[in-house]
Design a protein around this ligand. Structure first.
Ligand code: GLN
Length: 557
């Protein structure tokens, strides 16, 4: 078993997660079995309670763990399927230590950072070290070297290396080599100091990944090599990629990273097979057509807030040989009408979210998509709001609302899940993780998935109120997928619309390059068809989904 630790220096936001994930791609391409994990030094137990403005999206795993978005990169860039054991925060570490102390597990000892906190951290690395499953564990340490919170993690790594032997471990430090315009020069000093900081703790990196705006020349590589005590060929340049993040594994491969890592860890492998990856990148970079998609949400200035959604759109578009022009629209600007903002788009996506802000704008977007027969994809909250829209404007249920926005609404078309009543804590208390969905035969959903049973990841508190099912179905609102017992609505669609789909779950967490999610792929295909058809509402009905009779629907509770 080999271990790679990825630390970051100088500043945050260097794309350490992407670099770690890309190394995962390369090692998998060399037929190694790889698993990735992330250590986050902050004190939150998990990022589930953090504001996306600050922390980006919360990525949900199969087992319902709410984790850092870097785990999304790991799952998209490699074949590993992660669990809650792949993301450890200081909050969890201290929670574990304090619970043990209260139970009396420390047998009267004074409880300290070394060894008790560091033991918990090392245990977590060992938990993943199952030789029968993996060859390499890649552990990324969040934050920047020098942060107070990060120290116990770095100390734990120092001890861990001592225990397993340095020949089985590699430290990779991702650092910034800034370009100073006035001097026309790339500067190595911040990296030197960051490495010095690591050495103070007893860690010596063997590989430097240098994020730089300009190419690193030979002299600069020599300088970094000498001052940081890293072999010259282990000074790896990582410049901003030109088109897509999926180029990162290819540029790192061109710099010789995977070969170097295998040499340093004495791993014998075949040359990497990057054929499919290259083909995917080629399709992303040079599509034969383009399509304009609107995303109507709340955090439009924070690219990380809907990370997995944007990635899923990229995967789906690549599979249809098209590029995406994203139109990001702040839902609040649509509150009083869409005002022409949606007239030039071929698809409208409304993501998940919490709270009433922007809700009316998203409802207006859903209405516009329905009335103009523009492909619509509503994810979680986006499905709930499309439901409210249909209830209000097609079924005449004027006061239709979600109890999330109006606790005492007379028409709770969306209401709190039964299991949520009485739940007070905000952390990890939603309906989370993978649950099966049974798809109604003959629906568009069945056509899209090509299957009648799927499993998808969830993160919500509210649900469709089945009391309204019949009334809405009569007007063309179809529940096309439910929980296996038929009690929870999981998927909705409109009978007389080419592609109006909403899901109570988050398909964006299961899409990958070369393996786009069916709902996204169907959405892009429908958007392309819409574009070809022109903006005129189609009346042929040819592309309309098969109608579903009430008998075909699963029984209501
Ligand atoms: N706020 C809604 C709920 O809790 C939707 C959640 C989401 O979009 N993830 O049910």
């Amino acid at each position: 078993m080999k271990y790679i630790f990825v630390t970051g220096g100088v500043v945050s936001s260097l794309g350490k997660g992407l670099t770690a994930a890309s190394l995962g791609t390369l090692l998998e391409a060399r037929r190694l079995r790889v698993v990735l994990q992330k250590f986050d030094p902050y004190l939150n137990v998990d990022p589930g309670t953090m504001n996306p403005f600050q922390h980006g999206e919360v990525y949900v795993l199969n087992d319902g763990a709410e984790t850092d978005l870097d785990l999304g990169h790991y799952e998209r860039f490699t074949n590993c399927v992660l669990t809650r054991y792949n993301n450890l925060t200081s909050g969890q570490v201290y929670e574990t230590v304090i619970l043990k102390e209260r139970r009396g597990d420390y047998l009267g000892k004074t409880v300290q950072v070394i060894p008790h906190v560091t033991d918990v951290i090392k245990d977590r690395i060992r938990q993943l070290s199952d030789e029968s499953k993996y060859d390499v564990v890649i552990t990324e340490i969040g934050g920047t070297t020098g942060d107070i919170e990060g120290l116990p993690f770095l100390e734990a790594i120092r001890q861990f290396i001592l225990e397993v032997g340095p020949q089985h471990v590699l430290n990779m430090h991702v650092t910034l080599v800034p370009y100073i315009k006035a001097a026309h020069e790339l500067k190595t000093k911040p990296t030197q100091q960051s490495v010095a900081k690591l050495r103070e703790i007893g860690l010596q990196p063997q590989v430097l990944i240098c994020r730089a705006e300009k190419p690193l020349d030979r002299d600069l590589r020599r300088k970094l090599s000498m001052f940081c005590s890293v072999a010259e060929k282990a000074v790896i340049e990582e410049r901003d990629v030109e088109h897509t993040i999926y180029e990162v594994p290819l540029t790192l491969h061109a710099e010789g990273l995977d070969e170097l890592v295998c040499d340093l860890l004495h791993l014998e492998t075949p040359k990497p097979d990057l054929k499919d990856w290259r083909k995917f990148v080629e399709r992303v970079v040079n599509p034969s057509k383009r399509v304009k998609i609107a995303v109507v949400g709340k955090y439009m200035d924070v690219r990380d807030a809907y990370k997995s959604i944007y990635e899923s759109l990229t995967h789906a578009a690549a599979s249809e040989d098209c590029g995406i022009d994203l139109k990001l629209i702040d839902a609040e600007t649509l509150a009083n009408g869409v005002d022409g903002q949606l007239k030039d788009v071929a698809g409208i996506l409304v993501p998940g979210g919490f709270g009433v802000r922007g809700a009316e704008g998203k409802i207006n977007a859903a209405r516009y998509a329905r009335e103009h027969r523009i492909p619509y994809l509503g994810l979680c909250l986006g499905m709930q709001l499309a439901t409210i829209e249909f209830a209000r404007n097609v079924c005449g249920i004027k006061d239709a609302n979600s109890t999330e926005f109006d606790k005492i609404t007379p028409q709770p078309v969306i209401s709190l899940l039964e299991e949520q009543r009485g739940v007070r804590n905000k952390g990890a208390s939603m309906r989370l993780g993978t649950w099966p969905t049974k798809i109604v035969p003959g629906t568009l959903a069945e056509k899209i998935y090509g299957d009648t049973e799927v499993t998808e990841r969830h993160r919500h508190r509210y649900e469709f109120n089945m009391k309204y099912r019949e009334q809405m179905n009569a007007k063309g609102f179809v529940i096309s997928g439910t929980s296996p017992d038929g009690t929870l609505a999981e998927l909705i669609e409109l009978r007389n619309h080419p592609y109006f789909v909403g899901c109570q779950y988050h398909p964006e967490f299961q899409s990958k390059p070369n393996k786009p999610h069916p709902l996204f792929r169907g959405f892009i295909a429908a958007a392309l068809a819409f574009q070809v058809r022109g903006q005129k509402p189609s009346t042929t009905g040819k592309e309309a989904p098969t109608s579903v009779s009430d008998e075909e629907l699963v029984l209501q509770r």
